[in-house]
Design a protein around this ligand. Structure first.
Ligand SMILES: *[C@@H]1O[C@H](CO)[C@@H](O)[C@H](O)[C@H]1NC(C)=O
Ligand SMILES: *[C@@H]1O[C@H](CO)[C@@H](O)[C@H](O)[C@H]1NC(C)=O
Ligand SMILES: *[C@@H]1O[C@H](CO)[C@@H](O)[C@H](O)[C@H]1NC(C)=O
Length: 251
């Protein structure tokens, strides 16, 4: 009888927290950069992008918020050259599929905020933040450049923290056949509703209090990416055919 009561309470708590999760508005936007070379290592593409490109601009709460709000590339026609350069579809460079997916899954949720309530506002804000942050420049300033030598995760973190004053989330790919290194793949930088920089990660204590905060992170993780491990050397792979001709590298 006692056990039954406990289960009922647990069930109720779970049901109401899921309810809360769906009802809550987002509080933070995650600007996710990916390293094209690492992406193509997982997804079997080839790329010559020699800088961090955009993966997404994701509210921390919500997915597919308005299925009747369709992506329409002609609404962002003026942004397309920039999109192709800084937010490219690494799998199908000539297609608009990637942006359609990002809009429908994340943009329609971001659009609950009036600053982002159109496709043009959403995509142009992401591009604006991307340029303002200049992740490539930030890492370069700390002598962190694509290289055959390995870095410490703490050096990458320190570089970003010292420039932005907030903690990023850095994700890596671990390969079973080369478990002695991890390859850096994604870097997330977060902003609040006023587009001011804010920490991406909560402390473990806070995470334990609210499972709702963890869910979006889990859902957003690209398969193959995990939060980088602090004690494994980090590989930041050079691009095979970068302009200026870096030396070819085989995975
Ligand atoms: C990649 O290669 C294509 C075709 O060769 C070229 O148009 C494009 O500018 C290159 N991109 C980068 C980032 O070098
Ligand atoms: C969903 O999108 C459609 C098309 O833009 C719009 O007319 C409608 O008001 C939106 N619904 C909500 C709940 O935002
Ligand atoms: C896309 O937007 C343009 C410009 O507003 C409009 O003329 C066109 O009808 C829209 N296309 C669709 C399929 O909604």
């Amino acid at each position: 009888m006692k056990t039954l009561t406990i289960f009922m309470c647990l069930g109720f708590a779970l049901a109401s927290s899921v309810h809360m999760y769906n009802r809550r508005d987002w509080t933070k936007l995650i600007l996710t950069h990916h390293w094209p070379k690492t992406f193509c290592m997982i997804d079997q593409c080839t790329t010559n992008f020699s800088y961090w490109t955009l993966h997404g601009f994701w509210p921390n709460v919500g997915n597919m918020c308005n299925s009747s709000w369709h992506f329409n590339a002609s609404l962002i026609e003026d942004l397309l050259p920039e999109m192709k350069t800084y937010w490219p579809d690494l799998l199908k460079p000539a297609s608009t599929q990637f942006w359609k997916h990002e809009w429908e899954k994340h943009g329609t949720c971001a659009a609950k905020d009036e600053d982002l309530d159109s496709q043009h506002k959403y995509f142009s804000k992401a591009l604006e933040l991307y340029h303002k942050l200049d992740l490539d420049g930030v890492l370069k300033k700390s002598q962190i450049v694509p290289s055959e030598k390995y870095y410490k995760l703490a050096d990458l973190e320190e570089s970003i923290v010292s420039s932005f004053g907030v903690t990023p989330k850095i994700q890596c790919v671990l390969e079973a056949k080369r478990a002695e290194v991890q390859t850096v793949g994604q870097i997330e930088i977060c902003v609040d509703k006023q587009f001011q920089l804010t920490d991406c990660e909560k402390t473990t204590d806070e995470l334990q209090i609210t499972v709702n905060e963890i869910l979006p992170y889990l859902l957003h993780n690209h398969p193959g990416y995990t939060v980088c491990h602090p004690s494994i050397p980090v590989y930041y792979p050079p691009v095979t055919s970068a302009p200026g001709g870096q030396r070819p590298f085989q995975f």
